[in-house]
Design a protein around this ligand. Structure first.
Ligand code: MRU
Length: 345
C-alpha cells in the first residue's frame, strides 16, 4: 500500500499530493515549520492525514536543537502547535491530534530531559499513524457489511489512503468491499476545483485495480438516475454533535441528489472526526480558499480577467440527509450519535 508519509532517520517524509497522479515524490520535513507548510499548501490533505502529520510536526519541534531551558523547550513545542493549528480550520482531526500531543507536553515534568520528551512525542506520533490505519480497516469492514454484491458506489473528493495514514475511510469501505467481491463499479467525482477525485481517488482505484469511472461533479445527478448507483460514500472533515457533517464542497449537493433518487448516503469517518464542541453544522468553521483556485487550471486562466470567484473548501450536509455514519466502533444513525458514541477522551 502506498505510504502517505513515513519517518526515517530524523525526518518526516510526506508524499507530495500536488504532483499526483503523474509523479510520486516525497518531501522531507526536518522542522515543524516544514510540516505546517506542507499542510497549508495541500502537499498533504485529508482530515486524518492532516492530524497525523501535525503530530509529527510537534515531534519535530521537540527535536529541533536549540540552547534553551526545559521550560523554553516546552513553550516552543506548544507554540509549534499554534502554528500547525493555524494551517487549515475545518478538519477537526488536526486539533484532536494537537491536543493529544499537547497533553504529553503539559504533563511532562520540566526537570526531566528534553530528549526524553522529544522521544515520547515521536512515539505518540508513530502510534497515531499505526492507530489510524487500524481504525480505517475497521471502518472499512463495518462499511463493507452494508454493501451488497454488484454495488455501484459514488464517492466525492479523496477519502482514501492518501487522506489518512493509510487504507482510507470512504475508500477503506470500497477497499474492504472490493476484497469481498462486492464492487461492480466506483463513480469518482472529479471534485472541482482542486480535483482530488481525478488526481487522487482515480489514482488509488487504478493502483488497487478497482473498476472505476471518472465523472465531472455535474454528472452525478444524471448518473444516479441512469447508471444504477447503489450507494454514495464520502468522508468527513468534522461531524457536529447532531450529526451534521462538513466535507468537501459539493457533498451537500450530492446528499440532496441521493435523497431524491432514494440512494443511501453514507459518511465514513473515525470517532476523532466528531466534534462534541460543535452542537450543529452551523458551528463548523468553513475554510474559504483563494478564488484563484477556481479561476485557473494548471496556471491557465479559464475566465475573463477580473472575474470574481469564491472557493469555500467545504459544505455541511444536514444529519437528516445521512443514512448512517460508519465509524471504527460500528454503524450509527446520525440522530443516535450522541447517545451511541462516546467521544474518546
Ligand atoms: O481539502 P481536502 O482535500 O483536505 O478535503 C478532504 C476531504 O474533504 C475529505 O473528504 C475528508 O477530509 C475526509 S478524508 C478521510
Amino acid at each position: 500500500m502506498i505510504k502517505t508519509f513515513y519517518w526515517r532517520d530524523g525526518a518526516f517524509y510526506i508524499l507530495n499530493q500536488l504532483l499526483l497522479p503523474h509523479h510520486v515524490v516525497y518531501v522531507p520535513c526536518r522542522r515543524s515549520r516544514d510540516v505546517a507548510n506542507a499542510i497549508q499548501t495541500m502537499v498533504v490533505r485529508g482530515a486524518p492525514a492532516i492530524g497525523v502529520a501535525a503530530a509529527f510536526g510537534m515531534a519535530l519541534a521537540a527535536r529541533e536543537k536549540k540552547n534553551e531551558s526545559p521550560l523554553a523547550h516546552s513553550r516552543r513545542i506548544m507554540s509549534a502547535a499554534v502554528t500547525l493549528g493555524a494551517t487549515r480550520p475545518t478538519a477537526v482531526n488536526l486539533f484532536w491530534a494537537l491536543e493529544r500531543m499537547k497533553k504529553i507536553v503539559a504533563g511532562y515534568p520540566t526537570q526531566r530531559s528534553q530528549k526524553t520528551l522529544a522521544d515520547l512525542l515521536l512515539q505518540e506520533a508513530q502510534h497515531m499513524l499505526v492507530e489510524d490505519i487500524a481504525v480505517n480497516k475497521k471502518i472499512g469492514d463495518f462499511g463493507a457489511s452494508l454493501l451488497k454484491k454488484n454495488s455501484v458506489v459514488l464517492t466525492h473528493c479523496n477519502a482514501g489512503a492518501l487522506a489518512t495514514a493509510g487504507y482510507g475511510t470512504a475508500l477503506g469501505v470500497v477497499r474492504s468491499a472490493h476484497r469481498q467481491g462486492k464492487i461492480k463499479l466506483v463513480f469518482v467525482d472529479e471534485t472541482r476545483p482542486y480535483l482530488q477525485g481525478s488526481r487522487l481517488t482515480a489514482w488509488e482505484m487504478k493502483q488497487e485495480k478497482i473498476p472505476y469511472c471518472l465523472i465531472t461533479d455535474s454528472m452525478a445527478g444524471h448518473c444516479m438516475k441512469t447508471a444504477g448507483i447503489t450507494a454514495v460514500i464520502v468522508g468527513a472533515d468534522r461531524i457536529a454533535a447532531n450529526g451534521d457533517t462538513a466535507n468537501k464542497i459539493g457533498t451537500y449537493a450530492l446528499s440532496i441528489l441521493a435523497r431524491h433518487h432514494h440512494i443511501p448516503f453514507y459518511v465514513a469517518a473515525p470517532l476523532s472526526t466528531i466534534d462534541g464542541a460543535a452542537p450543529t453544522g452551523d458551528d463548523i468553521v468553513i475554510e474559504e480558499r483563494p478564488g484563484k483556485e477556481v479561476l485557473f487550471i494548471n496556471n491557465k486562466s479559464i475566465a475573463p480577467t477580473g472575474t470574481v470567484a469564491r472557493h469555500p473548501g467545504f459544505d455541511v450536509t444536514p444529519a437528516g440527509h445521512i443514512t448512517a455514519i460508519i465509524t471504527e466502533k460500528g454503524v450509527v444513525k446520525p440522530s443516535a450519535l450522541k447517545i451511541r458514541i462516546a467521544r474518546p477522551a
